[in-house]
Design a protein around this ligand. Structure first.
Ligand code: SF4
Ligand code: SF4
Length: 481
């Protein structure tokens, strides 16, 4: 029997060597014997007898045999004669319970952010001139609630996220929908909770009071201190929004203590100073968590992040991640949510077949009640799955799952980061390459670099403060980006 290496990504943490096993998405700590076996096979495949003989001088024979068996079991190595099985393509055979319904209560916005995926140069739905209502009616919102409760199926829990446009431009419907949803959830014996995303400019005292009293999770879209926020997040007349948003955010953070309030930052070529942004939002304004996402854009836009920009971004992320690790080792909170989310994914060890829950555990509803893959596709006929009134077509969902499985993405099938990335956001792919089926190959180096950093942090914590990782034991809800 001749043995050779299989698919894994090695990394070091706390002076120890680890493997990130692909495709099982497990983290495996190496000891001296397993390291020596892998080093030998790193020179090329070897017959088992030769391998054990080479190692006999340094290790006990039983230890070598057991370690080889263990490495075979976790598929870090395997028989050369038996070809590694191709990536399995397992598609759900029946509808999956919906975890999060994103309800776009309006497609109107009081800001005119240059890079906006809904109103900017790369929009896929014409919400300005199209047929859809500008604001969701109370009736459609109620139908959305019924849909969320129904499609959560056997799950005890349902979650609704309100989105826009600027969500708070339809505050009356949002308010009445929460009351309705709580009543209906109680009637059908389910828990339901709510969150929303807002640009903060409409956070009047009565709105803040309501959000705090109703325990609504709030995410604020904000890009950093005034000079960064006002580069792109502007009103129609070009005036920046920081001066209006900041005092309202402070008032919200002071009053809304029932749930942590997070900030969501869009990074552009011009605003890549991640540490400065984090410091401002976390320390100067007081957000509990801050999450960053590179802007979604077709290549060539003035604000698009190019290759060197991603290198710079990675450096910045790494520096901030080091702060996160230092805090985690001392059981202090640090609000860099990109690390927390990736650690959670590593901890769960699910090898993803799909990059996110879009079209499975997460769906988006447009103002006229049409259901699409996620909020970013809401209202797009090309990415529709049905309506909240009549339900979604399982055949369409299945066809989507079949064509979008990571096994279909040739470049991803040999990439060690695929258990976490699985090709990346469909909306980004659609904007960049004109199809949701394409992998986001423009940011692979960035994704692999970032995943490697998070693996190192995971290993450090596993070694030095394993109790910290137990916070990730719970299953996450679908993230809305
Ligand atoms: S998009 Fe790139 S980084 Fe992501 S899984 Fe595919 S090849 Fe890997
Ligand atoms: S990652 Fe992209 S496709 Fe998935 S839910 Fe978020 S915006 Fe939609």
């Amino acid at each position: 029997m001749t043995l050779g290496l299989r698919e894994f990504h090695p990394f070091e943490a706390a002076g120890r060597r680890y493997l990130y096993l692909v495709p099982s998405a497990a983290v495996f700590a190496l000891d001296d014997c397993s390291e020596a076996i892998l080093a030998e096979l790193g020179r090329g495949p070897q017959p088992l007898a030769e391998l054990t003989q080479t190692l006999a001088a340094r290790f006990d024979a039983v230890e070598v045999t057991d370690t080889i068996a263990e490495l075979q079991r976790v598929r870090a190595l395997g028989e050369m004669a038996a070809k590694a099985a191709p990536m399995p393509k397992i598609v759900p055979l029946r509808p999956v319970p919906l975890q999060t319904l994103v309800v776009n209560v309006t497609n109107q916005c009081n800001l005119a952010c240059t890079y906006c995926y809904e109103y900017g140069e790369d929009k896929i739905v014409d919400t300005e001139n199209g047929q859809q209502p500008k604001f969701m009616s109370e009736e459609t919102a109620r139908e959305s609630v019924e849909f969320a409760l129904r499609e959560s199926r056997e799950n005890k829990h349902a979650h609704i996220t309100f989105f826009g446009g600027e969500t708070l431009m339809n505050f009356p419907v949002l308010k009445s929908t929460i009351a309705y949803a709580r009543r209906r959830a109680a009637e059908v014996g389910k828990d339901i909770d709510f969150s929303l995303t807002t640009n903060a400019t409409l956070l009047q005292p009565d709105v803040i009071e309501f959000l705090a009293n109703q325990r609504v999770g709030v995410t604020i879209s904000i890009d950093g201190p005034e000079e960064m926020q006002d580069k792109f997040r502007v009103f129609n007349n070009g005036q920046g929004s920081y001066a209006m948003a900041a005092p309202k955010i402070k008032a919200l953070l002071q009053r809304h203590r029932t749930r942590p309030v997070g900030a969501r930052v869009t990074l552009t070529r011009q605003t890549l100073d991640v540490r400065r942004i984090y410091q401002h939002l976390s320390e100067e304004l007081g957000f509990w968590e801050v999450g960053f996402a590179p802007v979604t854009t077709a290549p060539g836009r003035d604000y698009a992040i190019a290759d060197q920009g991603f290198d710079h971004l990675l450096e910045q992320f790494r520096a901030l991640a080091a702060d996160y690790l230092a805090a985690a080792l001392e059981n202090r909170h640090h609000g860099f949510s990109n690390v927390r989310e990736t650690l959670q994914e590593i901890h769960h060890g699910h090898a993803k077949a799909y990059p996110c829950g879009a079209g499975i555990g997460l769906m988006g509803v447009s103002t006229d009640g049409r259901v699409a893959l996620c909020h970013r596709f809401a209202g797009s006929d090309d990415h529709g799955l049905g309506t909240v009134k009549d339900g979604v077509s399982w055949e369409r969902q299945q066809a989507f799952l079949d064509t979008h499985h990571v096994a279909n993405k040739t470049d991803c099938s040999t990439c060690w980061a695929r258990p976490i990335c699985a090709g990346g956001c469909y909306h980004e792919a659609n904007t960049r390459y004109g199809t949701t089926q394409a992998p986001n190959l423009h940011y692979c180096e960035w994704i692999r670099g970032w995943t490697h950093t998070c693996l190192e942090i995971y290993g450090e914590l596993a070694e030095k403060n394993p109790a910290f990782l137990s916070q990730f034991d719970d299953e996450p809800t679908e993230k809305v980006s």
